[in-house]
Design a protein around this ligand. Structure first.
Ligand SMILES: Nc1ncnc2c1ncn2[C@@H]1O[C@H](COP(=O)(O)OP(=O)(O)O)[C@@H](O)[C@H]1O
Ligand SMILES: [Mg+2]
Length: 286
């Protein structure tokens, strides 16, 4: 069963003079096992939208249902929320316990798993996020580097085996090697446990590499959604919204402007390299 969002509208400080409607009539479905990339300019409503998925905020109007559980209903919300693992933009807000081990085990313990299973999950989650158990288990989360904090926050969520893993800019502030590592981790985890992923990212390249479906938010509305190929071939519209298309899409459009005859819909480095290979072959045959 999927997450189904219908005509979701959300207004901050509803009813006051400061009321601000951040989401307008959003319709969106997140299917089992799907990787959804959520993009949009700062302030477009991405963080507001994903906080509705685990019931941190409830719709002002409209419906959010997680596997059939209505997130506007208090009892059903608890059941829906148990299926959704949320990794926040700033890991500092998520980490609070004395040691990395205690922090990661907090969620699984709350699920009333027995001690042995909790321990197994903490070790597995630390392995999946690349934190060496002997080195990190007894460290304080506050002694960690930015990247290690992110890994710890992610481990605490994946140790609960969420059916839906929701991540708000999980690679923000990391260097390129850190970005690649965290992205790979998310993808590995998804493959291993078969969960769906909803990932907010500013990096179109990261979304291009991983997403099955791309959703573009603009001023609190879904501007468009589709496959990465459909979305990233509309480079001009992305530019106009202040978003930068993936590197390969930008280079392909520049090459076309200079007279290269390349197929449409190139947005990964591999696809561009293939197209240039074919081009080179064509030149050789002249
Ligand atoms: N607590 C709040 N009160 C009032 N307005 C808010 C609040 N949080 C966010 N907003 C506004 O809602 C809009 C969407 O914000 P947000 O969901 O954080 O966007 P994004 O994550 O895409 O940058 C922005 O205009 C923002 O200023
Ligand atoms: Mg945000």
């Amino acid at each position: 069963m999927p997450i189904v969002i219908e005509k979701l509208t959300y207004t901050y400080q509803s009813g006051s003079v400061n009321a601000f409607t951040a989401l307008h009539e959003i319709d969106l479905t997140i299917n089992d096992g799907e990787f959804v990339g959520l993009i949009g300019h700062t302030g477009s409503g991405k963080s507001t939208l994903i906080q509705q998925l685990n019931g941190l905020m409830q719709p002002t109007s409209g419906i959010v249902k997680v596997d059939g559980y209505d997130m506007s209903d208090k009892k059903q919300r608890a059941k829906g929320r148990a299926l959704v693992g949320m990794v926040f933009q700033y890991p500092d807000y998520q980490l609070f316990d004395e040691t990395v081990y205690k922090d990661i085990s907090f969620g699984p313990k709350n699920m009333k798993l027995d001690a042995e299973e909790v321990d197994r999950r903490v070790r597995e989650a630390m392995r999946l996020v690349g934190l060496d158990f002997d080195e990190f288990a007894e460290k304080s989360p506050f002694e960690l580097s930015g990247g290690e904090k992110r890994r710890t926050a992610l481990a605490g969520i994946i140790a609960m085996y969420p059916k839906y893993l929701v991540l708000d800019e999980p690679m923000a502030g990391l260097d390129p090697a850190g970005r690649r590592a965290v992205l790979k981790m998310i993808d590995d985890f998804r493959k291993q446990l078969g969960c769906a992923v909803v990932m907010v990212s500013h990096s179109m390249d990261d979304i291009a590499k991983t997403a099955d479906k791309v959703v573009v938010l603009r001023d609190g509305k879904i501007y468009t959604s589709g496959t990465p190929e459909e979305i990233f071939s509309r480079a001009d519209e992305l530019y106009e919204m202040g978003l930068e298309p993936p590197f390969a899409a930008r280079l392909a459009s520049e090459l076309k402007r200079r007279g290269f005859v390349l197929p449409d819909g190139i947005y990964t480095n591999a696809a561009l390299a293939d197209a240039l290979d074919a081009y080179k072959g064509g030149l050789g045959n002249v």
